[in-house]
Design a protein around this ligand. Structure first.
Ligand code: BES
Ligand code: MN
Ligand code: ZN
Length: 515
């Protein structure tokens, strides 16, 4: 990932002479355009253009050098960006999403016009502090500017990436506050982009060993504790789930553990991410069409590791343990077979009905182990777990399943704030019944009906009463809802939800009873 410099420049916007200057224009309830002082002379002449009425996501590119207009700054390009009627918006989450989307559009224009430095004047929005405006615009630009070019040869017409974002502020008073907001936006966007980078790596270049190396690197940079459980450790600990999934593979499994220990007397949260580096289905082989996408079956693990980096960087006030059980799911000669019975960490036995339902097997070991060892206040797992969640929710919401209303509500709120919406699905004994086995304690599939729920009920067996939430991101980890700041490919979903959740975490109030 190339580094983008983000600065607050002490410049006068009227004198900005760079490659691209962005000016935001809102509209009031009556449809009148409302813009910066700089734009005042321009607003009347814009009124006649139907293609630009400052509705949100509308934009208009002007080249002041080509057709000089009196009073405009000496920049090469001026991008007028509509924000719509802010006063009519439903609340902060809608405005934050608007700003991120505006950021994504700016990034899109930079890419299209091969612009590498962009300047912008933070718009003054009524009722919203400048630091928040800076935060979400910066986040949107960086998320939108993301590209993955590692395996392509460099070409002149390939966009080299955004080198610099200049927030132009002539007013010295609140610069440090704005700076803090921008830092938050940069931190969360870069974390999401780090997760996208891991996901974009092909299966032959991103193995469990790469997950281990990535965790070690984060640990070194941020002084975290990193432990890698090797296959021999898994054997000693009797982690029959991950070992079974790994049986058909040439690649050694890893259980990657990162610990961020902030202080005593605050909650410890356990994050678990599915790190399946390629899911062929195993002996219950997947059809060829679309199988390539199964290199993304590690997006939960990537999200958890990337979020951990951001959490430690911001020194958030909780203790966090992240575990990424990682292996691929292959059909080698030794592979686990339908009908086999395995024993999970902790002793629960499971009949393998379908070797393609492997995510729950590796997560179960990781969650049971993590709960026993770290006694967390709650557990959150992220996994591309079921195709069924795409049938239920499409590519617009991640599925949320939880045994705890408080935790579920906090996650729903966090997801809403950061544009990664969650929709809760129920759990229940009647669903748990579907995974009863005749030969073992449970079986790893529950039939077609409610596939996402029965998968979650499988995990539920390993958390019991501990407050737990499961995010099924199979529909959103890639092919996520089209947005200007989600440029195709892996979305980095979950990273910003976790960061948002932990930024506003209140210690000690999560209760076990579900009320
Ligand atoms: N990794 C897949 C789930 C998946 C499917 C993610 C499509 C993203 C897109 C998971 O391991 C899987 O194969 N699940 C099976 C479970 C079934 C066999 C009970 C599925 O959803 O078909
Ligand atoms: Mn599978
Ligand atoms: Zn899978």
């Amino acid at each position: 990932m190339k580094i983008t410099k983000v600065v607050i420049a002490k410049k006068k916007v009227e004198e900005y002479a760079g490659e691209l200057l962005v000016a935001f224009i809102a509209r009031d309830g009556a449809g009148e355009l409302v813009g910066d002082g700089l734009l005042k002379p321009l607003l009347p002449s814009l009124q006649g253009f139907k293609e630009f009425s400052a509705k949100k996501e509308q934009y208009f590119l002007i080249y002041p050098g080509v057709s000089p207009i009196k009073g405009l700054p000496p920049c090469k390009r001026l991008l007028l960006l509509g924000l719509g009627d802010i006063a009519a918006m439903s609340g902060p989450s809608e405005i934050f999403e608007l700003l991120r989307t505006a950021g994504g559009l700016i990034a899109g224009q930079c890419k299209r016009n091969l612009v590498t430095t962009v300047g912008l004047n933070i718009p003054e929005l009524e009722g919203l502090d400048d630091d928040l405006v800076g935060e979400y615009v910066a986040e949107g630009i960086l998320l939108g500017a993301y590209q993955f070019l590692k395996y392509q040869k460099k070409d002149d017409d390939v966009y080299p990436g955004l080198k610099k974002i200049e927030f132009i502020s002539h007013d010295h008073g609140n610069r440090s506050k704005i700076g803090k907001g921008i830092d938050r936006g940069v931190n969360s966007a870069l974390a999401a982009c780090a997760a996208r980078d891991m996901a974009n790596e092909p299966g032959n270049c991103w193995t469990p060993g790469h997950f281990a190396d990535a965790a070690k690197k984060i640990a070194k940079e941020l002084k975290l504790k990193c432990t890698i459980l090797e296959k021999s450790d898994m054997t000693r600990l009797a982690m029959g789930g991950i070992l079974a999934v790994n049986k058909g593979s040439e690649e050694a499994p890893k259980m990657v553990i990162l610990e961020y220990n902030r202080q005593k007397n605050v909650d410890t949260l356990l994050l678990v991410g599915k790190g399946l580096t390629f899911d062929s289905g195993g002996i219950s082989l997947k059809p060829a069409q679309g199988m390539m996408d199964m290199k993304y079956d590690m997006c939960g693990g990537a999200a958890v590791l990337a979020a951990m980096g951001a959490i430690a960087r911001e020194r958030l006030g909780v203790n966090v343990v992240a575990i990424v059980p990682s292996t691929d799911n292959m059909a080698g000669g030794g592979a686990v077979k339908p009908g086999d019975v395995i024993t999970h960490y902790g002793g629960i036995t499971s009949e393998i009905e379908n070797t393609d339902a492997e995510g729950r097997l590796i997560l179960a070991d990781a969650m049971a182990y993590g709960i026993e060892k770290y006694q967390p206040a709650c557990v959150i797992d992220l996994a591309t777990l079921t195709g069924a969640v795409i049938i239920a929710l499409g590519h617009h919401y991640s599925g949320l399943l939880s045994n705890n209303d408080q935790l579920a509500a906090r996650l729903v709120a966090a997801g809403k704030m950061c544009g990664e919406p969650l929709w809760r699905l129920p759990l229940g004994e009647m669903y748990a019944k579907q995974i009863k086995s005749k030969v073992a304690d449970i079986k790893n599939t529950g039939g077609k009906p409610a596939g996402s729920i029965t998968a979650a009920e499988y995990l539920h067996k390993f958390v019991g009463e501990v407050p737990w939430a499961h995010l099924d991101i199979a529909g959103t980890a890639w092919d996520f809802t089209e947005k200007s700041y989600i440029p195709g490919g892996p979305s980095g979903i979950g990273v910003r939800t976790l960061i948002e959740l932990l930024r506003s975490w209140e210690n000690g109030i999560l209760t076990k009873d579900n009320s």
